[in-house]
Design a protein around this ligand. Sequence first.
Ligand SMILES: Cc1cc2nc3c(=O)[nH]c(=O)nc-3n(C[C@H](O)[C@H](O)[C@H](O)COP(=O)(O)OP(=O)(O)OC[C@H]3O[C@@H](n4cnc5c(N)ncnc54)[C@H](O)[C@@H]3O)c2cc1C
Length: 504
Amino acid sequence: MNAKTYVEPQTTIPVYDECDVLVVGGGSAGHSAAIAAARAGCKNVILMERYGYCGGDVTGGYVLLIPSLSFHDHTYVRGLQEEWFTRLQKIPDAVNGPGPELAGRTEPELLAKWGAVGGATAIAPRRVCHGFMLDPMELRIEMDLMLTEHSDAIRVLYHSWGVKPIMEGNVCKGVIFESKEGRKAILAKQIIDATGDADLCRLSGAPTTSSIDEECRCSATALVYRIGGFSYREFGKWRMENMQKAGELSAELTKIHGFRSAIIAGTRDDVSWVNNWQPKRDCSRIADQTATELGTRVVLRKVLECYKTYAPEVFKDAYLYDIAPQLGTRGSHRIVGEHVISSNDWAFPKEHADCIAWHCTVESLNDNAPIEIPYRAILPQKVENLLAPGRHLSADRIAIDNVNLIPQCVGTGQAAGVAAAVAVADGASTHTVNVAKVQDILAGEQDVPLPRNAHTDKSYTECLVEHEYGLYTEAAKKARELGDAAKAYRHWTISGGSGTAQHE
Ligand SMILES: Cc1cc2nc3c(=O)[nH]c(=O)nc-3n(C[C@H](O)[C@H](O)[C@H](O)COP(=O)(O)OP(=O)(O)OC[C@H]3O[C@@H](n4cnc5c(N)ncnc54)[C@H](O)[C@@H]3O)c2cc1C
């Protein structure tokens, strides 16, 4: 970077609007936060998004797999995440995956059918997990519909980029943003940073961290693209019958790309998405963002040619369907909150009195059993009235790979929205908000199962106890023997390895 500096002159900027709850970033976390705040009774919400649609990584980065929503026969991840499923299920080809009624089933024909939907099966015993693939354009429309259904409470500002929190001491009072109308401010009682990269938290005085290293899945960017005109089912068969050639194809693709990639099923047999892992790249750094975009696109024609050369019988009519409009951002900066989630949360299940999401994750250490995500993991230290749900929540460099998936972003976003609404209604701050009241709204009106909450059926806890918190795996036994999960097993890494599912 150039060493010269420029002193920006001080200016007075107009206040564009004022609200009770301001959500910055309309990804899975931010969209859920805005909807949940409105449903919790807040009638003055603003949702600000830098692009022209909601969904972030999902609808713009084409991350199309919602994994692991259930443990044995109970669906722990419900709320707005389940609403995505039930809404999209009504639209042809918008979802593909086993519904909640199939959770825990072990019939071979069901396992054969849903094995291809990554994350939709668990291991001991091998059984169906509720999870699904979705169509990104249909979800974009559905997310807009959800916002318009709450137009009495939510004002949406697309094409508006939040650039700076307005701080008075340690209290966040609003956000400065940029748009085609210039630089303006929004004042708010509660602010939710759902930018994914802790854009606002980083400038607020709250402690943040980041980890760019070879091991961490979050240190890999992506540019997802889709291939159409071939049958994913036929490709699966071809792979089984041509294992060696399939290995060579995969190696050649890695050579062309310079990083690992994998074709994954979508909602239709004739269109699939290609996930990829571009290691040691920071998705909040201009040079890494540019390299990811340019580097992926310039070789795409060669990539397609490679598929056709190795498997002409499958790919002869294949074509580049489209390229994601948005960079795939797994993680960069994240908050160091009042609680930091670690891999011991899977090996030594903790009861958190402030649990706001009881989530199965793709962590196979405990065979996908739910862990308790506390409110304190989205609560930044040292600042008031600023919450941080989504992929930048507070977790260490190993745990973050397992708690920043779409369900956790939706779940923590929903909880942040309710917490902000309760804080506004009660005149409380983010540190003094009545968390028990937040939990009651989540578990009562908003369909979010929570442990030890009167609104949640006791069978959820019984299921967990009956199945030993999923701690019957060899990795869990080792972790408990050594007293530290991080020492006990090799978590899933971007270069391969074991621990979690391979599809992220
Ligand atoms: C290639 C890839 C594969 C993955 N695979 C899976 C998978 O299989 N299953 C799974 O569950 N998860 C997967 N993940 C992770 C998951 O997709 C993300 O962690 C999750 O979608 C993040 O949601 P979020 O709302 O926290 O952040 P984002 O989706 O990044 O949303 C942030 C939103 O904020 C907006 N924004 C950012 N900064 C500003 C600003 N300053 N002002 C205004 N708006 C702003 C963005 O435009 C965006 O809409 C994958 C991620 C990637 C990249």
